[in-house]
Design a protein around this ligand. Structure first.
Ligand SMILES: Cc1cc2nc3c(=O)[nH]c(=O)nc-3n(C[C@H](O)[C@H](O)[C@H](O)COP(=O)(O)O)c2cc1C
Length: 353
């Protein structure tokens, strides 16, 4: 499939993809983007089957256009009670300062999509136009079942090696996620060395070395950025941070305020929030954990259980600085406006460029 045929095959007016963002994108956002001629996205990684069903049906009720449903394909968490207890004790002083008690133990709060037959059956039944994978691949029989249902498949890659694995498994298009990107880094194996390729180098490498359409992601904030990505060989641009400030997102007031403040100039890549590397605004949580060695951080998503508990304790005292305020390096260029207006603005900038 040639790059320019990707948009035709999906039936889109604009090469503008709103990133699926677990916990932040909503059916209203995805539908608004798709109705405006871009590709809306839902992140269902934190949902069980009932939650995923609710979100997909809600989106289908708001748009007849194609949209993207995203799942996480990490290996299941490896629990380590002693490590988890040390992690709880490391953050105990932050809870104490908020007059709260940390949880006694941590849980694996989300299930991976890998091997999840019930979620696969739901997706086959509801048949969104696109399903995308982050953190690797599901089992080959899941890929087969989704393709058999006529669903187009995308997968995130942070390197040529990961893109080759996706192509070999029959994935239709590759989301090239550069190190600038906000949110979780899509690396397949967090124990392997990470070359931390930037978006420009990665798009170019994949455009030349991979026979699938490339979707550029990481630090793309306006029409000029999208044009640059297309010139480098991408078929479309996937933008997350640019959509966080839209009124349709479920970002809380603290996250929105941080994004609009000087904090937007200071993003950090950290494992301490969830257990996997992810880019976030520098805040009280990232500062409190910046010296934690990787070996002292529990597995994904067990670590996230404590981060969410601390955020809840903070919010109860109007302290928002412990939230997972995911953002990419382009965060200072974020423009708060309704999602459809953002798509129209980006499309106008794209045409002008
Ligand atoms: C708030 C937020 C949540 C995200 N959640 C997901 C997710 O659930 N699945 C996924 O594949 N990517 C997720 N990402 C990463 C995006 O797909 C994309 O790689 C990234 O947003 C691109 O960089 P940018 O934020 O600079 O635009 C998320 C990004 C953000 C900002």
């Amino acid at each position: 499939m040639a790059a320019n045929m990707l948009l035709e095959r999906i039936g889109l007016e604009w090469p503008i993809f709103q990133a699926p963002m677990a916990g932040t994108s909503t059916p209203a956002m995805a539908a608004a983007v798709s109705n405006a001629g871009g590709l809306g996205g839902l992140g269902i990684a934190a949902e069980n089957v009932e939650g995923a069903q609710r979100m997909i049906r809600a989106t289908q009720a708001l748009t007849n256009r194609p949209f993207n449903v995203n799942v996480f394909c990490h290996r299941p968490a490896i629990a380590d009670a002693a490590l988890e207890t040390r992690w709880i004790e490391r953050l105990r002083p932050e809870f104490t300062a908020l007059g709260a008690e940390p949880p006694a133990a941590l849980r694996e709060i989300y299930q991976t999509f890998r091997g999840n037959a019930a979620m696969t059956a739901l997706l086959v039944e509801l048949r969104p136009a696109i399903i995308s994978f982050h953190f690797g691949l599901p089992d080959q029989d899941q890929v087969g079942a989704l393709k058999q249902a006529g669903i187009l498949l995308f997968g995130s890659a942070t390197s040529v090696a990961e893109a080759s694995k996706l192509a070999d498994a029959g994935i239709d298009a590759i989301v090239a996620q550069g190190y600038e990107a906000g949110g979780h880094r899509g690396v397949f194996d967090t124990a392997a060395p990470d070359d931390r390729l930037g978006t420009v180098a990665l798009i170019r490498l994949l455009a030349r070395r991979c026979d699938r359409p490339v979707i550029a992601a990481g630090g793309i904030m306006d029409g000029a950025d999208i044009v640059a990505a297309l010139k480098l060989g991408a078929a479309a641009a996937q933008m997350g941070t640019a959509f966080v400030a839209c009124p349709e997102s479920s970002a809380d007031a603290g996250y929105r305020a941080a994004l609009a403040s000087d904090a937007a100039n200071h993003t950090v890549m950290t494992r301490a929030i969830s257990g996997r590397p992810a880019r976030c605004l520098s805040n009280r949580f990232t500062q409190a954990t910046e010296r934690a060695p990787d070996a002292e951080i529990p597995d994904y998503p067990i670590t996230y259980d404590l981060g969410k508990a601390l955020h809840a304790a903070g919010k109860a005292k109007s302290e928002f600085g412990f939230g997972a305020q995911w953002a990419g390096q382009g965060a200072p260029l974020s423009r708060p406006m309704p999602a459809a207006e953002l798509v129209r603005t980006l499309a106008a900038e794209l045409q002008a460029a």
